[in-house]
Design a protein around this ligand. Structure first.
Ligand code: NAD
Length: 342
């Protein structure tokens, strides 16, 4: 099938070409993000392949449909950037990669915790300047600390398991509890208890209308003073302007982000020769106790290879059967569901 691959980076091209040896699709690699301005590049392609910051709003979907596209293949697990109601109305199928390497994201999450706690980002810079002083680098033992895991799906459970290995106590919150958390010695509690009891809070829920700004002023006010907050899920789970105020007051003591509400104008591009126009983001970068990585938690060889393989397999399955196990669907009440829960 002829597939327009938007937001292509050299690594996408490399791994998609490698996986395509088994599928023989016609891949049209396009560097730009999919937006209303670039949608015409997909003219005549029955499928488009997109990533997390491509825009699949109603205007883009209508134009794609007019141009003959009927399949949207996400090379990601999250689908918050797709207007599923419009896609459904237009008879378009949306498929995703439900799981590629939850370990990759979980390991990066724990990496952010360790860097922030032991201030490795600061010691890296100091030692290169010949400064071997320890003042300002005091950390805490992870052993014995309480970590609140919000969302205990594939990634949240691996984060919890790694942290149990460190000797942390796990509190979890998820409307759909998983037996593995209690088997590893963790405990499900309600959200207010998790917020008030945790030394570290880490987010592993999808972005939905319900979880938008889950971490807002009210939630932050319930947290322990000096808490560490980690978000490797989706930027808008957290109200960035509110958390900046909490960092200034010391209510939040550490912040680790791999995602940002307005990341689509920044992430995945080399902007090192330009002036960042986003003042909220620029303010975040001024704190010594904030680490931001540019949506790289998924970025391991294992994960990229699995994403490429599953994406092309999804397209082939849909082409062959007219449906796909990894299809994202909505039910009559517009509640988003996915056929594949693996
Ligand atoms: P998953 O579907 O396996 O788990 C999500 C869990 O969140 C489920 O158990 C669900 O019941 C729970 N949940 C839903 N709404 C909730 C709420 N309001 N409160 C508490 N829990 C709630 O997903 P996953 O594979 O673990 O991925 C989690 C998120 O990680 C994804 O949605 C995606 O946004 C993000 N992600 C980020 C990267 C990255 O590179 N930074 C890569 C992959 C995924």
């Amino acid at each position: 099938m002829r597939i327009a691959v938007f937001s292509t980076k050299p690594y996408d091209e490399h791994f998609l070409l490698e996986a395509n040896r088994n599928y023989n699709h016609e891949l049209i690699f396009l560097e730009p993000r999919l937006t209303t301005k670039t949608v015409t590049l997909a003219e005549g392609c029955p499928a488009v392949c997109v990533f997390v910051n491509d825009e699949l709003n109603a205007d883009v979907l209508e134009k794609l449909s007019e141009q003959g596209t009927c399949l949207i293949a996400l090379r990601a697990a999250g689908f918050n950037n797709v207007d599923l109601v419009t896609a459904d109305r237009l008879g378009m199928t949306v498929v995703r990669v439900p799981a590629y390497s939850p370990d990759a994201v979980a390991e990066h999450t724990v990496g952010l915790m360790l860097v922030l706690n032991r201030k490795i980002h600061r010691s890296y810079a100091r030692v290169r300047e010949g400064n071997f002083a320890l003042e300002g680098l005091l950390g805490f033992d992870m052993h014995g600390r309480t970590v609140g895991v919000i969302g205990t799906g594939k990634i949240g459970r691996i984060v919890a398991r790694i942290l149990v290995g460190f000797g942390c106590h796990i509190l979890a919150y998820d409307p759909y509890p998983h037996a593995e958390i209690e088997e590893m010695g963790g405990r499900y509690v309600d959200l207010p208890e998790l917020l008030t009891q945790s030394d570290i809070i880490t987010l592993h829920v999808p972005l939905t209308p319900e979880t938008h700004h889950l971490i807002n002023a009210t939630a932050i006010s319930q947290m322990k003073r000096g808490v560490m907050v980690i978000n490797t899920s989706r930027g808008a789970l957290l109200d960035t302007e509110v958390i900046i105020e909490a960092l200034k007051s010391g209510q939040v003591g550490y912040l680790g982000l791999d995602v940002y509400e307005e990341e689509s104008d920044l992430f995945f591009e080399d902007l090192s020769n330009t002036v960042i126009q986003d003042d909220v983001f620029a303010r975040l970068l001024t704190f010594p106790n904030v680490i931001v990585t540019g949506h790289q938690a998924f970025f391991t060889e294992t994960a990229i290879r699995a994403i490429a393989e599953t994406t092309l397999a999804n397209v082939s399955e849909w082409e062959r059967l007219g449906g796909c196990a990894a299809e994202v669907t909505i039910d009559l009440k517009n509640v988003v569901t996915t056929k594949h829960q693996g």
